[in-house]
Structure formats: structure tokens, C-alpha cells
Design a binder for this molecule. Structure first.
Ligand code: FE2
Length: 367
């Protein structure tokens, strides 16, 4: 990738094609005290109010800088590296980390261990990279006192509060408003599919676990749906096209949202899975279409619930698992409360938290 000049025009050469860079695009990026606040890197001028007919009078490349004189009298030096990074999409942090597919054979995933000052370390950077690769990460030795999970979440970004509170306590209780608060087996699901937007990341922190059962299960929705795309494309197609209604009703709130079970981005690539079969309602469609939809959902459910795709493990006190709720399904096996206490605390954060932290640590350690 290279910035090139030709008769006062600036070009971007990516090795395959050469494209002229619009003069106004460069004018918006002028550097220097007068134009950019040093601390915040925010503009001190408003390009949206300016006349777009900007012309470059003179341009040259010198010592890693593009020096430009514009026809409105502004002269500026723009760092070439900075310009090139805008073309390489390196800044798109979540896309620059390649997802690693996994199933029950998953081995050797690095666990991390909490210590003082953890959130500003290089290890924290590695933790976040691992999180984006696998969709989950386990941190051991996380203090359990005083709802520490909230402090943990707020040290990465900001807790996403819901009607379950800033954080929620997962233990069996009388008259629960969600099956999570029972001792029942919970099949793999994603959380809160009825919210708009759905909380991005779930943190679950084990405070006590004295029971034999109550194992945690996780499934990679990315691996499962990518395999489905290969093996049963017609199922994948209908599940990524039909929007279904998810609904949650409580005393003070009725939450509802519509989405495909496999939600794709604008390039038809994986974006999000939602799966919570106690809460989904498909709209009334032609009978043939519904025949296919129900077959496809059954297949997807079988895959999510199959041993082949599931990793099962016991969380010990002080273990904290962070899961991408757009990618990972989670569940637990049933347990017997007479054996002892099982107490987990949970909360949510959104992707801006992890992405923001990742960019910050990348900048800090010049990675
Ligand atoms: Fe859940």
C-alpha cells in the first residue's frame, strides 16, 4: 500500500489498483494545532459547513509526511502511516482478529489469572484477543467480595444494566421470573434475545459451587452455523431469512424483538445467533415454508444440543467466564440443591467496552 503523487493529485495504490484520493477527504484530515485538538484528536473546525470545492495547489511527500497546500490557504502535513491505516481496515479491531472454530475437541485454550493492575497489562490485551478468537475466555482467581464482578466489568468498559439489575445473582429461588433461577437443566441458549439491542457480552462469576451437577456448558454458534451452511444450505438459508419474535414478560415490562435465528451482516457473513426456544415465535407463513422452517430449526437445535459441539466444565469459586452472547450459547446441567450451594453472579457489557479497551491497550503497548 502506497500514497503516490501525480500533478498535484494524491493517489492510493494498494498493489492492485490506483485510486485518486478526493482533495476534500484530505482537507478534512489536516493536522496541526489550529485544526486538531492535541489531547482529544477532535477537529477544531467543522468540515460539514465548508465549501466542498477544495483543490490541491501543491503536494509533496517528505520524511513520512504528505505536505499539502490547499486553495483555501490551508497548508498541512499529514502523517502517511495514519492515512494508510485508514485504507487497510486495521482499525476494525473485531474483524482483524480471526475467529477460531471449535467443538467438543477444543483443547489448550489459555486461561488467565487475575492480579492487581490486571486491566492495564499486556496480558489483558492477550485476554481480549483470545476472547475474540474463541468467543469466550476464563479468568481465574477473580475476587468474589462485594459484587466484584461489577468492578471487573467496569474496568473493561461499562456495565450494561438491564431490568434484572446492574448485575444478577444466579441461584435457585422461589417464584423465579426466569428458569436461570431454578435448579433445572438449561439447554444451550443465548441471553435476552428479546432486547433491542441484545446485550453483547455476558460475564458469569462463580462465587460458590458445592454441588456435583450444575456443570457449565458452552457451544460455538459460529462453528455450528458455518457447518450447517455447508451441509444443509437450505436450512441455513431459511434460518437466516425468517425473522421470529422473541418475547419476555414480567410484572413491570414487556420486552419484544424480531430477528432471524442466524443473523447475517451486509456481506451475508455471520453476525449473530439468537437461540432461546422457550421464547421464540415464528410468524404465520405458507405451510410449505413453515414445514422447512420447523425442520431447519429442529436440525439447528439438535446441533446446538449435540455432545459433539458442546464443551462442559465445572466453574470453581473465583472463576469468571466472559462470553460473546452474539456467538456463544451457554447452559448448565441440573443440580441438587441439597448437596450444597451454587451461586453465580452475572452482568453484561457491550462490544464497545472490549473493543475500546483493546484499542487502548494496542496503543499503549504499540502493538
Ligand atoms: Fe443464560
Amino acid at each position: 500500500m502506497k500514497i503516490e503523487l501525480n500533478e498535484n493529485k494524491v493517489f492510493f495504490n494498494n498493489g492492485k489498483s490506483i485510486q485518486e484520493i478526493h482533495p476534500f477527504w484530505l482537507r478534512e484530515r489536516v493536522d496541526g494545532e489550529e485544526f486538531l485538538d492535541k489531547g482529544t484528536q477532535q477537529r477544531l473546525f467543522d468540515p460539514s459547513t465548508m465549501d466542498g470545492k477544495i483543490v490541491i495547489k501543491n503536494a509533496q511527500i517528505k520524511n513520512g509526511f504528505l505536505e499539502v497546500n490547499f486553495n483555501d490557504g490551508v497548508n498541512s502535513k499529514i502523517e502517511i502511516n495514519k492515512l494508510e491505516s485508514e485504507f487497510s481496515n486495521k482499525d476494525d479491531i473485531s474483524k482483524s482478529i480471526k475467529k477460531i472454530k471449535w467443538d467438543s475437541t477444543l483443547k489448550n485454550v489459555k486461561n488467565f489469572s487475575f492480579k492487581d493492575g490486571f486491566f492495564e497489562t499486556k496480558e489483558m490485551y492477550e485476554l481480549l484477543v483470545s476472547f475474540y478468537e474463541y468467543g469466550f475466555v476464563i479468568i481465574k482467581n477473580v475476587p468474589t467480595e462485594n459484587d466484584f464482578i461489577v468492578k471487573f466489568a467496569n474496568s473493561i468498559g461499562s456495565v450494561r444494566r438491564t431490568n434484572f439489575g446492574e448485575h444478577f445473582n444466579v441461584r435457585s429461588k422461589l417464584n423465579p421470573n426466569d428458569l436461570a433461577y431454578t435448579t433445572l437443566h438449561l439447554s444451550p441458549h443465548t441471553d435476552n434475545p428479546y432486547r433491542n439491542p441484545v446485550p453483547c457480552i455476558q460475564l458469569l462469576h462463580c462465587i460458590k459451587n458445592e454441588v456435583k451437577g450444575g456443570l457449565s456448558t458452552i457451544v460455538d454458534g459460529y462453528t455450528v452455523t458455518e457447518n450447517l451452511k455447508k451441509k444443509n444450505p437450505e436450512y441455513y438459508k431459511i434460518l437466516s431469512e425468517v425473522k421470529v419474535r422473541f418475547k419476555f414478560i414480567d410484572k413491570n415490562v414487556v420486552l419484544e424483538d424480531w430477528s432471524e435465528l442466524i443473523h447475517l451482516d451486509e456481506n451475508k457473513k455471520f453476525k449473530q445467533v439468537r437461540f432461546s426456544p422457550r421464547l421464540d415465535y415464528v410468524p404465520m407463513l405458507e405451510k410449505n415454508k413453515l414445514d422447512l422452517y420447523y425442520e431447519a430449526r429442529k436440525k439447528l437445535s439438535d446441533l446446538y444440543n449435540s455432545k459433539k459441539n458442546r464443551v462442559e466444565f465445572k466453574l470453581s469459586p473465583k472463576d469468571l467466564i466472559m462470553m460473546d452472547n452474539y456467538r456463544i450459547l451457554h447452559g448448565r446441567t441440573k443440580f441438587d440443591p441439597s448437596e450444597g450451594k451454587r451461586f453465580l453472579q452475572g452482568c453484561y457489557i457491550d462490544f464497545d467496552s472490549t473493543e475500546g479497551k483493546l484499542r487502548h491497550l494496542k496503543r499503549k503497548f504499540k502493538i
